[in-house]
Design a protein around this ligand. Structure first.
Ligand SMILES: [Zn+2]
Length: 122
């Protein structure tokens, strides 16, 4: 968990440096990848200010003083997101059904670490 968070912040610093580098085809791809990561970092920062359940139900969560321990789901709702991801995997649901915020927060979702085939959907 700690490693993932510091990786995001290091990534943001590297993005600012690479924006000054001369544009090449390769750095353009890199820039887009970093822009996506930066967007995820912004979404995560906003979410930490006002955390809602990542399953997509939209219920507000109580804020934890430690961002690393901030709950991501209402009790049992991680199972809902997990079963949604499984449906997408079986083409029984649209990939768009996975909430954007859940994609942005994928590095925090413990169940994805155990199931890399689901992580690819995020
Ligand atoms: Zn929920």
């Amino acid at each position: 968990m700690c490693a993932n968070i510091s990786e995001v912040f290091n990534g943001r610093m590297q993005t600012e440096q690479s924006e000054n580098a001369p544009p090449t085809r390769r750095s353009e791809g890199m820039r887009k990848a970093w822009a996506k990561r930066r967007m995820s970092a912004v979404m995560e920062a906003e979410w930490l200010q006002r955390p809602i359940c990542l399953c997509g139900c939209g219920q507000i969560l109580s804020r934890h003083p430690s961002t690393e321990r901030q709950p991501q789901f209402r009790r049992g709702h991680d199972a809902r997101l997990r079963s949604l991801a499984r449906k997408v995997l079986r083409r029984e649901a649209e990939p768009a059904a996975i909430p954007e915020i859940a994609r942005a927060m994928k590095s925090r979702l413990a169940f994805l670490l155990k199931e890399p085939e689901l992580a690819k959907l995020f």
